[in-house]
Design a protein around this ligand. Structure first.
Ligand code: F1P
Length: 317
């Protein structure tokens, strides 16, 4: 077992420690979830969850918020920035936090590095300890930042979610790599808060295995991207309750065109029950998506401990 795989399966005790942290925030300001790479994907998901919980929220990539916040929100100086960064050192995220703060915004940092530059340049720090062996590929810390972000917006995380997530990762793993054998095009589909999670599944698999991946809102997929579907395609459908019938029809269409479909919370060539409602499903499926990336990489003989062209932190001179 390599370190990436070990860390994915050893992440659950870190969840348990972070559950129940007293991090809930109140306030009427617009929440702006900001991050880069994986942290931006998580920001997208958390912004959707925040809106669903009755808060007002948007998400922006670090550099975009740094350079043109007014393209996202005209009154950007009066916002509450929630900067997400595993390392707390990513240049654009730290600079965005500093600039927003200097302009009058309140900045909360969500990180696993309590001594980082981001932690030192925020008004409120929300941090959790992560697995010491986590490498370049972001796994346990991604899950932890979602968990902390959900708690920040007032979502309670039941202890049972930890075993649900673990079971899901184990169940998918038992079907891997067979179910994705010979597939070289991966498509992740998710709606609402699951869109950011779909993007994260796609990014994870791409950076781990060097396979081309895509992510879409499910019903967007017919509007062009479906032209790529053939017998090389594996589609991962993150079902959501509010449009499940439409998603089932889409999956039927994808299968007719040759795709193999992994269904989380609904039908596919293989189906996994998600033992959590939509408000927690994004977190519940993350470890399963992480192990999917690892197994796809292993099937291609690619080592994920030092993925090609990647570094743990992107710092710009
Ligand atoms: C985020 C990030 C990762 C990516 C790479 C470089 O960093 O962009 O998503 O996989 O390893 O860093 P952070 O701001 O969360 O530390």
């Amino acid at each position: 077992m390599n370190t990436t795989e070990k860390v994915i399966f050893e992440q659950f005790p870190y969840w348990e420690k972070a559950i129940g942290a007293n991090v809930k925030t109140s306030g009427e300001e617009l929440l702006v979830f900001v991050g880069c790479g994986t942290s931006y994907n998580l920001a997208l998901s958390l912004a959707a969850y925040a809106n669903m919980a009755g808060r007002r929220a948007i998400a922006a990539p670090g550099a975009e918020w740094l350079n043109r916040p007014s393209a996202f929100w005209p009154e950007w100086r009066k916002t509450h920035i929630v900067a997400l960064s595993r390392s707390g050192e990513t240049t654009e995220t730290v600079a965005a936090a500093k600039a927003s703060r200097a302009a009058g915004a309140f900045v909360t940092a969500i990180t696993v590095e309590a001594e980082s530059a981001l932690a030192k340049n925020c008004d409120r720090l929300i941090a959790a300890a992560t697995h010491p062996d986590e490498g370049i590929v972001m796994t346990v810390s991604a899950s932890l930042m979602v968990l902390l972000g959900l708690q920040m917006i007032g979502q309670e995380i039941p202890a049972s979610l930890v075993s649900s997530a673990r079971r899901l990762a184990d169940a998918l793993d038992a079907a891997l790599p067979k179910i994705i054998e010979d597939r070289s095009h991966f498509v992740f589909l998710g709606s609402g808060p699951l869109f950011g999670v779909a993007l994260e599944g796609a990014l994870k698999l791409m950076e781990m295995s060097q396979i081309m991946t895509q992510a879409f809102h499910p019903l967007e997929y017919r509007h062009g991207p479906i032209s790529l579907v053939d017998g090389q395609t594996a589609a991962i459908m993150l079902y959501s309750s509010h449009q499940k019938e439409a998603e089932i029809k889409l999956v039927e269409e994808l299968r007719d065109k040759g795709a193999v479909v992994i269904g989380f919370g609904g039908p596919g060539d293989i189906e996994f029950a998600v033992d959590a409602g939509l408000s927690l499903a994004g977190l519940a499926v993350l470890p399963a998506l992480q192990i999917l990336g690892e197994r796809a990489a292993q099937a291609r003989g690619i080592e994920t401990v030092s993925p090609r062209h990647l570094t743990k932190v992107v710092t710009l001179a």
